[in-house]
Design a protein around this ligand. Structure first.
Ligand code: NAP
Length: 307
């Protein structure tokens, strides 16, 4: 008979890593399942300065520390692509692309979120040839060049700040005149000489030939159009939860999972949710790890009751 795990954690961002740490330290047979590599979105973050206890660190380094700590108490990291889940089965079933099935008594959903697209003409065509969703990954290709950033949240402004190290000019295109980003980040950006704020504009089209050469922008108040020359555009217009595998099985709101704030339980018994994929007010590393810890302790309590 196949092995039955105590706790299977899906996703290895900060929420999943924290859950693995708490689950394995509780003595539970724990597996973390990840599609590509450990880390989640934080892996692509160039600078983190608001995670208490760590004054300043880059995303990959924080990921390394978390992965090392989380697996040091026996949790196993498994790289597998999941094609479907049966959350209500007893034990619960996780089906992989390679045809294998993993059985587990409890599941912690921690698949996080992924960048939203602008959904404009040329975006798909020039992805990887000018259009990027990761300044940390691609910023260095734009040394001495003009680039644009789209969005007005923390991600857009923080990553724009990172791009000022390489690019000769960074134009930030935002659809409103007010920015959503934290004030300290706004102040830093406004003090940068090679940054231009273009508001209230949206991108209408990404243009180029073979590779991107610029953007057509549209003013949201006047409808006026203007062209902006740029060799790259970095898109930070928010995130969408990675919940397509479970939206038919657990209660969701706008595709975000509804979990009880007290114990991270979902509408399905023995299934918990942690991190950016659940309905919550603040999506940060610090809140993701808190969710993960609570979810793991709740899964442990649930298993105690089963036993
Ligand atoms: P966000 O806060 O949701 O901001 C998305 C931005 O994109 C908003 O300014 C929004 O405009 C704009 N936008 C949305 N759809 C658009 C569209 N179709 N076209 C043009 N613009 C569009 O997303 P985020 O900045 O990625 O942040 C996500 C979460 O992570 C937030 O909770 C944020 O605080 C957190 N975060 C924190 C840090 C940090 O603390 N250091 C760093 C990064 C992210 P409107 O403002 O008009 O809605």
């Amino acid at each position: 008979m196949s092995k039955i795990w105590d706790i299977a954690i899906i996703g290895s961002g900060p929420a999943g890593m924290a859950a693995a740490l708490y689950a394995s330290r509780a003595g539970r047979e724990t597996v973390i399942i990840e599609k590509f590599f450990a880390g989640g979105q934080v892996f692509q973050t160039f600078h983190i300065e608001n995670y208490p206890g760590v004054k300043s660190i880059d995303g990959p380094s924080l990921t390394d520390i978390m992965a090392d700590q989380s697996t040091s108490f026996g949790a196993e990291l498994m790289i597998q692509e999941i094609v479907s889940l049966d959350l209500k089965a007893q034990p619960k079933e996780i089906h992989f692309k390679n045809g294998e099935t993993l059985l587990t008594k409890t599941i912690i959903l921690a698949m996080g979120a992924q960048p939203k697209l602008m959904e404009v003409k040329g975006e798909e065509e020039f992805t990887g040839r000018g259009v990027s969703y990761c300044a940390t990954c691609d910023g260095a290709f734009y040394r001495g060049k003009e680039v644009a950033v789209v969005g007005g949240g923390d991600s857009a402004l923080e990553e724009a700040m990172f791009l000022t190290r390489f690019a000769s000019k960074v134009s930030i295109i935002h659809r409103r005149n007010e920015f959503r980003a934290t004030k300290i980040i706004q102040d830093r950006i406004k003090a940068q000489e090679n940054v231009e704020l273009i508001t209230p504009y949206v991108v209408k089209e990404v243009v180029g030939e073979g590779k991107m050469t610029g953007l057509i922008l549209s003013n949201r108040e006047t409808g006026e159009e203007r062209n902006l020359e740029a060799e790259g555009v970095f898109v930070y217009v928010g995130y969408a939860p990675n919940t397509e595998l479970v939206t038919q099985q657990v209660e969701c709101q706008d595709n975000y999972i509804l979990a009880d704030d007290r114990d991270m339980s979902t509408s399905v018994e023995g299934v918990f949710a942690a991190g950016d994929l659940r309905v919550k007010n603040l999506r940060q590393v610090v809140t993701a790890v808190a969710d993960g810890a609570i979810a793991a302790v709740s899964a442990d309590h649930y298993l105690n009751e089963l036993e």
